[in-house]
Design a protein around this ligand. Structure first.
Ligand SMILES: Nc1ncnc2c1ncn2[C@@H]1O[C@H](COP(=O)(O)OP(=O)(O)OP(=O)(O)O)[C@@H](O)[C@H]1O
Length: 322
């Protein structure tokens, strides 16, 4: 599907969230009524480069099964999206617990991006609800916006800024004060190994560097839930290892990660929860072990998506070397 960004989305019925908006400037009535509704600060901004230097630059198993998962962090109920007569997402319902890594997998066109963008408050559902904690994303979009960090499928960035300026800009849009913006920008540049490119224009970044910068920016406001569409696409294996460790650290602090990926191996190693979506519907959902049974997730996925029958193949393809 085409890239979805906050700036080119269709207008919404309720308070619109755009990158220009600074929700911190407006008090949310829900917060006033319920002081406990304020988003938790996960303290990511206090992380120092020194502390992060102990991270091993190789992917490791999350030990997700050992992590104590908290209350329900995310609840999808009957989430449906129709484009014209086409049902891209059809009554998707499940819950994700706090501190969890949840993967959405499925073949091309299954509805993963559409689902993630509805969760993130960037694409209005045709019907159904999304709750982050006890906040209805589509009834209280500004409150939800503070709680969520989103990496869309194809992100348009302000590429005439330097990497450092970009993080500072996002931090300011997210309502951080000057000190927080400076501190977290420095911390994120070190954590995501972008220090050497901090003063280069984003337009000159490689695809992987842009992805890392975008990922860093999703964390700057210390959100409760990260919605990451293909976060490891274009990322080299060493950087992927660093990112995985950053995300594990985030989950250990109580953050919740929802990601899509075509890498079954990565989802099997990283995630404790997985939903398999085919043609807009959840075909299998639960812990990774429940879904895969006694075979690998990749084998289960192939079986679910394709069944035992194999396609005919390109028997007609003959190459001759003259
Ligand atoms: N804006 C749109 N207008 C019409 N149809 C759309 C739109 N966006 C997505 N679709 C359709 O919705 C379905 C789901 O698309 P989606 O991008 O969510 O799939 P996906 O699982 O993320 O695929 P991929 O793995 O290829 O990224 C597809 O059939 C797609 O063609």
């Amino acid at each position: 599907m085409d890239a979805i960004t906050a700036t080119d989305l269709p207008p919404r019925d309720d308070a619109e969230l755009t990158v220009e908006a600074n929700p911190a400037d407006e008090a949310n009535p829900a917060d006033e009524a319920n002081p406990t509704a304020a988003p938790r600060d996960l303290g990511l901004g206090q992380k120092t480069a020194e502390g992060l230097s102990t991270m091993t630059p190789v992917a490791r198993q999350t030990e997700a099964g050992d992590r104590d998962l908290g209350d329900v962090a995310l609840r999808l109920e009957g989430l449906t999206k129709k484009f014209g007569s086409h049902r891209a997402v059809d009554h998707v319902s499940y819950t994700v617990r706090q501190g969890s890594f949840s993967g959405i997998v499925g073949p091309n066109g299954a509805g993963k991006t559409t689902t993630l963008m509805m969760i993130a408050g960037l694409l209005k559902p045709t019907s159904g609800t999304v709750h982050v904690g006890n906040v209805d994303v589509w009834r209280n979009p500004r409150d939800a916006y503070r709680r969520i960090g989103t990496l869309p499928d194809r992100l348009r960035m302000f590429d005439q800024l330097t990497g450092a300026q970009y993080l500072g800009y996002v931090g300011t849009l997210r309502g951080l004060d000057k000190h927080q913006v400076e501190h977290r920008t420095e911390s994120l540049l070190d954590t995501f190994e972008l220090r050497g490119s901090a003063n280069r224009l984003v337009v000159d970044y490689s695809a992987g560097m842009r992805k890392k910068l975008a990922l860093a920016s999703t964390m700057i406001h210390s959100p409760e839930v990260l919605i990451l569409d293909e976060p490891f696409e274009t990322i080299d294996p060493v950087s992927a290892g660093v990112l995985i460790d950053v995300l594990i650290d985030y989950a250990d602090k109580g953050g919740t990660v929802v990601l899509s990926s075509h890498s079954m191996d990565l989802v099997q190693r990283m995630c404790d929860h997985v939903a398999v979506i085919v043609k807009g519907s959840v075909i299998a959902e639960g812990t990774v072990d429940e879904v895969r049974g006694d075979i690998t997730l990749e084998e289960r996925f192939r079986h679910i998506v394709r069944g035992p029958a194999q396609p005919e193949g390109l028997d007609w393809l003959e190459i001759s070397f003259g």
